[in-house]
Design a protein around this ligand. Sequence first.
Ligand code: AMP
Ligand code: MN
Ligand code: MN
Length: 320
Amino acid sequence: MKRDERYAEAKALIESSRHISVVGHLNPDADALGTALGMWWTLRGIGKRVDTVMASRPLPQNLSFLPGFEKIRERVNPKSDLLVSVDCGSFDRLGIERVEGAKLINIDHHRSNTGYGDIDIVEPAFASASEVAFRLAEYAGWPVPKEGAVNFYAALLSDTGFFGYEGVDGRVFDFAKRLLELGADAEWTARMLRENQPLSKLRLLPKVLSTLQLYLQGRAAGLDVTQRMLKESGATVNETDDMVNYARSLATVEVGFLIREESDGSLKVSLRSKSRADVGRIAIAFGGGGHIRAAGFTCRDMERNMLKERLLKMIEEELQ
Ligand code: AMP
Ligand code: MN
Ligand code: MN
């Protein structure tokens, strides 16, 4: 199906649906939340019955400033006749069951997207899933209300590293400009994203930083998070979400990683690279996914040291 046909089909399907559930990926970040809530406000605005669903709990409370956050549900209403997934590369990462008879529109920007929707609108060139959702709204002629623009803007800021990552080009700034014209507040949104952290997160940070190790002549750096550290600092798992950036922030480092012990004992690995290594490829090899410079996976069958050894082998190959 051609791009325009997919947009046209998505518009027709959304406009003819009676009960829509917009769903983001497990452990939702600002892009998943902001894109889903931006869609929610937009679809409500055209008179649709619509829910936002995130199957993870707890939700990241530092993002509770996103308009509509308190309305997010944990489960999909079984009466839904349409699911719209956002920012999610594979169906299993939604953490939901399929709803009998409901269609699925997959709105995403992950290169690793498996194409699991009845309609897939996947734009790997876009820096944030919110731009994909916004372009669909624009194509369809649905007005984006101010609250929707705030959500889309927060999603964009977060996934572009505050306009600092690869893929930031004039089109991204055009999109940002449109959102500001629709009422998003640049200063307020940036402040809420950066300076709205719980105390537990700052208490956790020194514990995590104390685990820093360098590998491969300083070209890779790793951090560890254990359940014990989380308990001692009173932090929830999502409070580690951006700490992998500290590993990458070192001058000599090309690849930073963080390995977090989950409450079920599995290990959640976050990978980040600067400008050469394709960490998306590494994550895919371990059954996960993501982008070239930011990717992740969950490991259930190896203990930490073995996992690190395998991971470093792959990182070394990427650095050749
Ligand atoms: P994270 O390290 O969790 O912030 O994730 C970085 C990127 O990798 C995001 O684009 C995620 O959507 C993706 N990602 C993380 N974990 C997984 C996973 N288990 N499976 C697929 N993609 C993932
Ligand atoms: Mn995401
Ligand atoms: Mn994203």
